[in-house]
Unconditional design. Structure first.
Length: 250
């Protein structure tokens, strides 16, 4: 019997499943996959920048085929072992190793903010999509993620975007925008925000930055977060935490 694959290390650049202290961020990312998965039904899907692979595997529940793409060697090997439903490729996101008009959907979740050449990546997405195909994209909302700053707080991010800036990039690349919405906290996490000094996120950051031990009540609260604790709304997108876009190739 083959042993279960070892988990990828938690570096701060990506989130991974199965880490109690990371559960809030994992569920927040997972919620976007769940919301976007209906767009993948019976489709050939490329997840460009699939990271650990849990999202590509989730999309495989509805898609006909899921192709995962990442540049990191360790990551590609891990995904191949851990998620056999995902056909894994290694490659650069600004030179996608796929033929023109070869996929129905490109999924790019929490990745574009890591890229140095965002327009080149979007041009490649347009190239590999079939006419009428969709680009599913999520990214931290610059206005709330790095408030009052032009440079990202996260050292792994190159350029963060507001809804208007993301829309401008998509339109300039030749896409038609079908949806621009925002992911935000539902009632349960809003209650946790109030319990932990106004922000569950800031309470977690204080522990991580301080290198301290997690308080038992904070860790229990983080572990209890589920995908159902996040909501997607098209109204007041600028106050949301993550942007969720769907763009169509004409």
């Amino acid at each position: 019997m083959t042993a279960d694959p070892a988990p990828l290390p938690l570096t701060g650049e990506r989130t991974v499943p199965g880490v109690a202290e990371e559960n809030y961020w994992f569920r927040r990312h997972e919620a976007a996959y769940v919301a976007l998965s209906p767009y993948c039904r019976d489709a050939v899907v490329l997840e460009a920048g699939c990271g650990e692979g849990y999202g590509a595997d989730l999309l495989a529940d509805t898609a006909r085929t899921v192709i995962g793409l990442d540049y990191d060697v360790l990551t590609t090997k891990h995904v191949s072992r851990a998620y056999p439903r995902v056909r894994m490729l290694r490659g650069n996101l600004v030179q996608l190793p796929l033929a023109d008009r070869s996929v129905d959907v490109v999924a790019n979740l929490q990745v574009i903010e890591h890229l140095w050449d965002q327009p080149a990546f979007l041009a490649e997405c347009l190239r590999v999509l079939r006419p009428g195909g969709r680009l599913l994209i999520t990214t931290p909302n610059r206005i709330t993620f790095s408030p009052g700053r032009d440079t990202p707080l996260n050292p792994f991010h190159t350029r963060e975007l507001s809804a208007a800036e993301l829309s401008e990039l998509l339109l300039a690349a030749g896409f038609r925008i079908e949806l621009m919405a925002g992911l935000r906290h539902g009632e349960h996490i809003r209650e946790l925000d109030a319990r932990f000094g106004g922000s569950l996120i800031e309470a977690q950051v204080r522990v991580v930055v301080g290198g301290g031990v997690w308080p038992a009540d904070l860790l229990a609260a983080v572990k209890a977060v589920t995908v159902d604790d996040f909501v997607l709304a098209e109204s007041d997108v600028d106050s949301s935490m993550d942007l969720v876009g769907v763009a169509v190739r004409p």
